[in-house]
Ligand binder design. Structure first.
Ligand code: SF4
Length: 351
């Protein structure tokens, strides 16, 4: 082929544009690998975290941190329904290997169990902690040190269990820990019973929300969770808000969760948890790719023996029915361990 002046111009332009573009493409490639930044660190860089902590602390004077809205002054030592003091009480903190796989990884989820609870369910599996408040009262600085200790142990996230009544302390401790090098996703592991206005204060701070959806029926919520008849309505709104803030679950290249919502639903005997209603609501309200963990580990604990309808474990059939509902409504991001259990029960049934 004859190499004409036109060819020369065309090739020169192509080569030139490649040379010009390559640094841009390289930069774009690098941008994908830019160090992940926790939400709270970004908010601190914007100069907004300190103000948020101040606002949160003011709520202690007329406590409205949860839908119980007791209005007590916790700064003055008054106690509301949860019986929590103004300082956080911690039962334990350690790497936890019983969470979802994308939270556990190799080194575990850095879990901090807070004592006291605003829901107080009759079947609570952590009743010495949640109902009786066993634990050690600490300062926010100590809480920050525990976060850093978990990071030093190699944990993949900070997993705050039952955080609602200590939200201001968590915010303050997170900022203290950030200044000392905290660089892990912050996970809010909650019963889901959260007022919208409080959740809005957490926007840009929490990386991962892990709410429960315990019941879909107000009467059942009232019966088993100390009169919380508004639990289904409050929690549905809370989950929608959580999703608005952080979206569907995102993993890093190691498969570890870095942002998003994980919804947990415990199947209860005799359809008490309203699983079919829950998955229907999920499918109609949030993306079907929302991560949902339908759990089979209900066990009779605490005062559940006093309620015949929940005074037994669930059957394989009840679990299969729950998983079949999730399939029927098209949920596509179910926890792999619950899928494995479903497959095991199906296999057993067919043999
Ligand atoms: S956090 Fe405790 S004191 Fe505050 S409103 Fe809720 S139950 Fe009442």
């Amino acid at each position: 082929m004859k190499f004409t002046r036109r060819h020369f111009m065309k090739h020169s332009l192509f080569l030139g544009s490649s040379l010009l573009l390559s640094p841009v493409l390289l930069h774009a490639g690098q941008r994908n690998e830019i160090r992940w930044i926790p939400a709270y660190e970004k908010l601190e860089m914007e100069g907004k975290l300190a103000q948020r902590i101040k606002q949160a602390y003011a709520i202690f004077e007329n406590c409205q941190l949860c839908p119980r809205k007791c209005g007590v002054n916790r700064q003055k030592g008054e106690k509301g329904f949860c019986r929590a003091p103004v300082n956080p009480v911690i039962f334990s903190y350690h790497p936890h290997f019983g969470e979802e796989m994308s939270l556990v990884g190799e080194k575990g989820s850095g879990t901090i169990f807070f004592s006291n609870c605003n829901l107080r369910c009759v079947f609570c599996q952590n009743w010495p902690i949640a109902h009786e408040g066993k634990g050690k009262e600490v300062q926010d600085e100590d809480l920050a040190d525990r976060m850093l200790h978990l990071q030093k142990m190699g944990c993949h996230n900070i997993n705050l269990v039952t955080p609602t009544h200590v939200m201001p302390n968590i915010l303050n401790a997170t900022r203290i820990a950030l200044k000392k090098g905290l660089h892990l996703p912050l996970m809010y592991n909650t019963s889901g019973y959260e007022p919208l206005e409080i959740l809005k204060m957490l926007e840009g701070i929490v990386d991962i929300y892990k709410p429960d959806m315990k019941y879909m029926d107000g009467e059942k919520a009232a019966k088993y969770s100390a009169g919380a008849s508004d639990y289904p309505e409050v929690t549905k709104k809370a989950i929608v808000e959580m999703h608005r803030q952080v979206g569907v679950l995102k993993l890093d290249k190691r498969g570890m969760a870095i942002r998003g919502v994980i919804i947990r639903h415990l199947v209860m005997p005799n359809r008490v948890a309203g699983t079919e209603k829950f998955v229907k609501w999920m499918a109609e309200t949030l993306p079907k790719s929302t991560y949902v963990n339908i759990m089979a580990q209900y066990r009779v604990e605490y005062k559940a023996y006093d309620y015949p309808e929940i005074a037994r474990g669930i059957t394989a059939q009840e679990f299969l029915e729950a998983m079949d509902s999730a399939e029927k409504y098209g949920l596509t991001n179910l926890d792999p361990q619950s899928i494995a259990l479903r497959n095991f029960y199906r296999h057993r049934r067919s043999n």
